[in-house]
Ligand binder design. Structure first.
Ligand SMILES: Nc1nc2c([nH]c(=O)n2[C@H]2C[C@H](O)[C@@H](COP(=O)(O)OP(=O)(O)OP(=O)(O)O)O2)c(=O)[nH]1
Length: 132
């Protein structure tokens, strides 16, 4: 049976209504695909705690988890992912790529131009069509 993982992913928006997109590096799993920064939920923490921890570790900045956006269950070849996207507010610091190859801010209408990790596509589609 395939392993099932819970992964939290941050939707962080700046004052120009642009959304932070992160490029997975060649050495990461699902390499060279774009994602919302985040990672696996660890034992004993809730989803909001997990995303705040992952962002501090990965991007050297502080976010506050605000609202659940959408959870997408996706079956990859070797595992099943429950990708929990969470709207987050940037509290302090500037997101910096520690592990990712690149970070960019994109307007909703341009999100579709990137090559996203397959599990992210329904979330990207919802964001693209979201009223701001
Ligand atoms: N963080 C994140 N991971 C995603 C997204 N979409 C997607 O398919 N994934 C996959 C990639 C990985 O297989 C898994 C998350 O693993 P990760 O490597 O980012 O998490 P982590 O920091 O906890 O990992 P690790 O170093 O402990 O192995 O979920 C996404 O939008 N954000």
């Amino acid at each position: 049976m395939k392993k099932e993982l819970s992964v939290v992913a941050a939707i962080i928006e700046n004052h120009d209504n642009e959304i932070l997109c992160a490029l997975r590096s060649p050495s990461m799993s699902i390499p060279n695909h774009w994602e919302f920064p985040g990672g696996k939920v660890e034992e004993g923490e809730n989803n909001f705690e997990a995303i705040e921890r992952e962002i501090a570790e990965e991007l050297n900045c502080v976010v506050e988890a605000r609202d659940f956006f959408f959870t997408n269950r996706h079956e990859y070849e070797s595992f099943i992912i429950n990708l929990i996207s969470i709207k987050c507010r940037l509290v302090s610091g500037n997101p910096t790529a520690n592990e990712h190859s690149k970070l960019i801010w994109l307007k909703r209408e341009n999100l579709n131009s990137l090559k996203w990790a397959p599990a992210d596509i329904p979330i990207v589609d919802l964001l693209t069509n979201e009223e701001v």
